[in-house]
Design a protein around this ligand. Structure first.
Ligand code: DAH
Length: 338
């Protein structure tokens, strides 16, 4: 086969032109394959260079330069296209991963206090506003603090009001889960000399089956006042002041005679909603002299009153909830309302 230098030069530049077009049109994936097609061992440009040897020696340098230039220019195009596509890819990635630090993110839901806890805190606030301090006592209590010191001797029929859960510790029957917050009265009076103005909120336990108005675990708040010349009038006034402070001006309270071994006289107190319905809230009374004496307080010098009521029940009245179990079913749709 005879080879012509001019033809070979023209062929080299036309191959270079075609390659340039192909490179410009290729995307990143195609480009990878193009390198061997355009510049590899079996490419047209390589075979063109091989055929240089067939030219008469005098024509080789010029034709050789043309082929070498064609190869160099294709290879340069190739590199610049590679760089261009790489840059574009980087730009696209940066754009898609861009973080706008000034963007306003919706407030994350950080949770809230349980409605009964909120109610307890509100009650503490109301009584603190009236000059009371907050005390706490143990949930696992001695039978002595829960009953005996409160004037329920062993076998006393009033113990039947409490379905007590006993703890397997010490002498049988000596340790229990407190059935009310009243034992905190005893602990406070034994530890702190009067005058006393104290509230004690906390969990209580009774062997009750859960229904709309009972739970085996529930919350009470106990009130205790010991001072000089404290009368039943002070008790009634305190209950009324608390009722309006907690529920609002439309609510009022009343006392009904009742019986508790640790108070004399004893009463139950009810709260009237603005619609006139009376709801039973708790018990109260003048502290029995025997209870003061057990705690080393002279009933000839000091007198006092006490009260106790259910926090869960209070929350039910305030928020118009008719099933106590809703508080503890942990349904976020219910709890998020408070
Ligand atoms: N501890 C009583 C109960 O759970 C409620 C009670 C009544 C508390 C009279 C008192 C009180 O402090 O004086 O049934």
């Amino acid at each position: 086969m005879s080879v012509d230098a001019r033809e070979l030069t023209a062929e080299a530049s036309s191959l270079a032109a075609q390659a340039t077009e192909a490179i410009a049109a290729a995307d990143a994936e195609e480009l990878a394959g193009l390198r061997s097609t355009l510049l590899g061992k079996s490419s047209q440009l390589t075979s063109l260079r091989r055929s240089l040897g067939k030219l008469p020696p005098a024509e080789r340098p010029a034709a050789g330069r043309a082929v070498t230039e064609a190869i160099a220019s294709v290879s340069a195009r190739f590199e610049s296209r590679l760089a261009e596509l790489g840059e574009r890819k980087l730009r696209e990635r940066l754009e898609s991963e861009r973080l706008d630090l000034t963007e306003i993110v919706e407030q994350p839901d950080v949770g809230r206090l349980h409605v009964v806890t909120q109610t307890q805190h509100r009650l503490e606030d109301v009584f603190c506003g009236m000059g009371y301090e907050v005390a706490e006592g143990p949930e696992v209590e001695t039978e002595w603090h829960n009953f005996v010191a409160l004037n329920f001797p062993p076998g006393h029929p009033a113990r039947d009001m409490y379905d007590t859960l006993y703890v397997n510790y010490g002498e049988p029957g000596s340790t229990l889960l407190r059935t009310h917050t009243s034992p905190v009265q005893i602990r406070v009076m034994q530890a702190v000399p009067p005058p006393l103005y104290v509230v004690a909120p906390g969990r209580c336990f009774r062997r009750d089956t859960a229904d709309a108005t009972h739970m085996p675990v529930f919350h009470q708040i106990e009130g205790l006042v010991v001072d000089k010349d404290i009368s039943l009038g002070d008790l009634a006034g305190t209950i009324e002041a608390f009722t309006t402070a907690y529920f609002g001006p439309g609510f009022t309270s009343r006392l009904r005679p009742s019986y508790f071994p640790f108070t004399e006289p004893s009463a139950e107190f009810d709260v009237a909603r603005p619609d006139g319905a009376w709801l039973e809230l708790g018990g109260c009374g003048m502290i029995h002299p025997a209870v003061l004496e057990v705690c080393g307080i002279d009933p000839e010098v000091w007198s006092g009153f006490a009260f106790g009521f259910g926090i869960d029940r209070l929350a039910m009245i305030r928020f118009g909830i008719d099933d106590l179990r809703d508080f503890w079913s942990n349904d976020a749709r219910f709890l998020e309302q408070f």
